[in-house]
Write a new protein. Structure first.
Length: 168
């Protein structure tokens, strides 16, 4: 499996569009989720994900050997999302994106608390619990030490606990 993956990366770096498409298909959901976690808006997240893949396609030759394609393009998505977030005016309520009519109130409260976290804390928390990513992978995507990721996740949990009155 890893040999096939490495072969696809090699082919994509040498201009094989089909290989790039297969690589992109393997991680498109993760890339869009990362953008959503930062931006809190599905439409913007899809736009950012498309832009991330476009930039990855154009810059694939710059992908260093040994760096997994999915982590590389995830980092591109994160950076583009943060750039867009900085340019944005006051943000719309992202909880509406998540709300479903029949969800229990507690789940909605937790989701609302998560979406209200600053992106600095929300992103590693959601990557850990919603994407089941290990903290070392999160650290590589975010470009920070693993200890920083763990600290931010801990701080995010504390912020959620305070917001929910210790129910979390």
């Amino acid at each position: 499996m890893e040999d096939e993956y490495n072969k696809l990366v090699h082919l994509a770096k040498n201009g094989d569009q089909e290989a790039f498409i297969r690589l992109a298909d393997s991680c498109k959901e993760r890339v869009a989720k990362i953008a959503f976690y930062v931006l809190g808006n599905r439409d913007e997240a899809e736009d950012v994900a498309q832009e991330a893949f476009l930039r990855a396609f154009v810059g694939i030759r710059g992908l260093k050997d040994g760096v997994p394609f999915d982590l590389w393009v995830s980092k591109i998505s994160r950076n583009l999302s943060i750039d867009r977030l900085r340019k944005r005016r006051p943000q719309a309520d992202p909880v509406e994106e998540w709300s479903k009519e029949n969800e229990p109130e507690t789940i909605l409260d937790i989701r609302e608390a998560i979406m209200e976290l600053p992106a600095l804390f929300r992103l590693p928390l959601t990557m850990l619990y919603f994407d089941d990513m290990p903290t070392d992978a999160i650290a590589r995507i975010l470009g920070v030490p693993q200890g920083t990721v763990k600290s931010r996740i801990h701080k995010a949990k504390e912020m959620i606990k305070r917001r929910l009155g210790g129910q979390f």
